[in-house]
Design a binder for this molecule. Structure first.
Ligand SMILES: [Zn+2]
Length: 75
């Protein structure tokens, strides 16, 4: 389930990320993880705010990762 929009999506439509020391990173294989859907990745700053608030993550790190990921998602 996507942490931002709360929609259930197929696994392949979701990007696995994690929180580490209050910042968001791509999932590295260990630790607590959560998912974001591709639609939210390509969304706006509104999404970063929701994710940052809900997961208690530094908003700038969310925005930076979203920006990086959305430029990599090519569908
Ligand atoms: Zn979503």
């Amino acid at each position: 389930m996507c942490v931002a929009c709360q929609k259930r999506e197929f696994q392949k439509e979701l990007i696995r990320v994690q929180k580490r020391e209050g910042k968001m990173y791509l999932y590295s294989g260990e630790g607590r993880s959560f998912y974001l859907c591709k639609a939210c990745l390509q969304g706006n700053k509104h999404i970063a705010k929701i994710v940052a608030g809900r997961m208690k993550i530094d908003k700038k790190s969310v925005e930076a990762l979203l920006k990086e990921l959305s430029s990599n998602v090519k569908d």
